[in-house]
Design a protein around this ligand. Structure first.
Ligand code: GLA
Length: 386
């Protein structure tokens, strides 16, 4: 893969890249919409990701090419505030450069960058965070910047929130940054601390992408974000001093019932129980005798909660989860990521085979007239220079 990235760079710019950085995609294991509520989340960095090959220029131009059929772009370090067109992939590299500069590093030289990816785009694996982190690492490879990995994770999230304009939490960038082979990434999103927890041996991850996405996904995500903020405002009245929704004690949830609309109460209930589930799953993963079925049931509960309380599932995702649930080698399955379409993750034993995935695919196609996109994922390392 690295060679392919280098070759692509040479073909595009007629010289060798000075540096290649890699960042992986991620799967959200459990913790749906807990991240921007200051809760906990568990994710997995996978072995597919994005390579950014880069060389520095003697002027201030920024040139980008991507093998994914995306158009080439030309920009400049002096034009970052204005040039990012909506929907164009240049928003990511330019956003990262913009955020790096906002955080105090003055970049003097422009660069050429070539993006090479083996991460399916739009498959719910957060290609945007992988793109951002690989670019941040490549751009800064030659600078004395003093940023830690956590700083860079936050810079990329800042770029996504404030330049690309997506109000996400820290899950995607955090997992792409702190992933490790055979390990989950556990994030305490309030304290922004990252640690790793071993993945039980012999367990596997499958992604079933529904190949459907609500046309309003972005605005529905923002709507949930605002609804949680509304819930927090009321919760603060009952517990002054809480810093985020996840701080509100689950045992006092009932006290909010009469003070919130039914809709906002459901959102709050989801966040508090989901946060509790992440803690429970982490505790089980760390225990001496890991009970895979118990953990799997938490994953199913998570899906039910997203479906009934957070209202971010779809009939396609529910279909996938309910059919996966009938297969013995599946420990648990749930929607993963933002929802409103996108993907389901299945956590399985080694006995779950391609033939099982094919059965699900057939059933799905019969019901929805198109097949899901299926990916068997292995855990892998987080962002690094190659
Ligand atoms: C998207 C966002 C994440 C997180 C998930 C839901 O993937 O990018 O920050 O909020 O949705 O858990």
């Amino acid at each position: 893969m690295v060679e392919q990235a280098q070759d692509f760079f040479r073909e595009s710019f007629y010289n060798d890249p000075a540096v290649v950085a890699y960042a992986p995609g991620r799967i959200e294991f459990v913790g749906n919409h807990t991240d921007y509520n200051g809760g906990k989340v568990l994710g997995i960095a996978i072995q597919q990701g994005i390579y950014c090959a880069l060389s520095y220029r003697n002027d201030r131009k920024v040139l980008g090419v991507s093998l994914d059929g995306e158009p080439t772009f030309t920009s400049s370090l002096d034009d970052l505030e204005t040039l990012s067109e909506d929907g164009h992939w240049s928003r990511y590299p330019l956003g990262v450069v913009w955020a790096i500069q906002k955080k105090g590093i003055k970049l003097e030289r422009g660069f050429n960058l070539a993006i090479f990816s083996n991460l399916p785009m739009g498959a719910g694996l957060s290609s945007s965070a992988a793109l951002e982190l690989s670019i941040a690492y490549a751009v800064l490879a030659d600078e004395k910047h003093g940023f830690s990995k956590k700083d860079l994770v936050k810079i990329c999230m800042y770029a996504e929130n404030n330049y690309v304009g997506v109000p996400c939490g820290i899950l995607d960038q955090g997992v792409s940054g702190f992933g490790r082979e055979d390990q989950l990434v556990y994030i305490d999103c309030k304290t922004e601390s990252f640690s790793n927890v071993g993945i039980p041996q012999g367990t596997h991850f499958w992604i079933f992408n529904s190949n459907t996405q609500h046309s309003l996904t972005d605005s529905l995500y923002s709507e949930r974000f605002s609804e949680c903020a509304e819930g927090l405002k009321v919760a603060e009245g009952f517990r002054p001093g809480i810093e985020c929704l996840a701080d509100f004690p689950l045992s006092k949830l009932d006290s909010l019932a009469d003070h919130l609309s039914r809709k906002i109460y459901k959102r709050v209930k989801h966040v508090l129980y989901e946060n509790q589930r992440v803690n429970d799953v982490a505790r089980h993963l760390l225990s001496d005798s890991v009970d895979l079925r118990t953990i799997g049931n938490f994953l199913y509960d998570s899906h039910e909660s997203s479906r009934n309380l957070f209202d971010n599932s779809t009939k396609e995702l529910d279909f996938l989860v309910s059919h996966l649930r009938e297969i013995k080698s599946v420990y648990g399955a749930r929607l993963t990521g933002g929802g409103f379409g996108g993907a389901v993750m299945a956590w399985t034993s080694i006995d779950f085979k391609k033939s099982d995935a094919a059965i699900i695919s057939k059933l799905y196609e019969a019901a929805f007239d198109h097949p899901p996109r299926i990916l068997h994922c292995k855990s892998g390392d987080g962002v690094h220079l190659i």
